[in-house]
Design a protein around this ligand. Sequence first.
Ligand SMILES: Cc1cc2nc3c(=O)[nH]c(=O)nc-3n(C[C@H](O)[C@H](O)[C@H](O)COP(=O)(O)O)c2cc1C
Length: 216
Amino acid sequence: MAESTCGFGAPVTVALTGASGAQYGLRLIDCLVAANREVWVMISKAAQMVIATETDERLPAQPARLAEALTARSGAAPGQIRCFGREDWMAPVASGSGAPASMVICPCSTGTLSAVATGASNNLIERAADVALKERRQLILVPRETPFSAVHLEHMLSLTRMGAVILPAAPGFYHRPASVEAMVDFIVARILNQLGIEHRLTPRWGEVQGLGSEDE
Ligand SMILES: Cc1cc2nc3c(=O)[nH]c(=O)nc-3n(C[C@H](O)[C@H](O)[C@H](O)COP(=O)(O)O)c2cc1C
């Protein structure tokens, strides 16, 4: 299993695919960097389009240039962010001997969700997720679609049964978010909870003002 070779905490694989919600994936990378974790990133072609549509970011596809761009935007240390190409079958994430303990697909398109559920492994993101499943490692998928079809729901159920965590991009409102950033952080906080990484992005349950019982 992969360990950091550069003095950072254990690496986490983060894949951004072409569902709406690129902000969730970009913020997750920032938070993992801030937590001193090494971050291994893959971005699908469709995710590139979504990022350009939803944000002011223009991220290059070429892995070394992408790593430079992500390092600059998140303030990561040199070597803290590594990026892999879509068909880089020699990348460590493509094998159980080299892949990290945890992988997050955020956001996760229904296309990638289906491919992972059926073991398609047609690109490096799908292969890395397949490796996580076969090795019984932590795999977290953050789908965003509405409404869900029976195909989506059946694939989510089978992935859950295989040990993956389905963590839909469905922010709550009980913390009264005053900004898009607060809604993004609601989801990123839940991903960090799953990864066991400390954060103060949102108040924990029981710390939210105005949620006491009526007889208090
Ligand atoms: C702007 C934009 C928004 C999209 N939003 C979604 C979405 O919310 N959920 C989804 O599953 N697919 C969405 N798609 C479609 C996927 O990007 C498309 O199915 C693509 O083939 C997914 O490929 P990937 O899984 O390799 O990233 C969107 C596409 C674009 C361009």
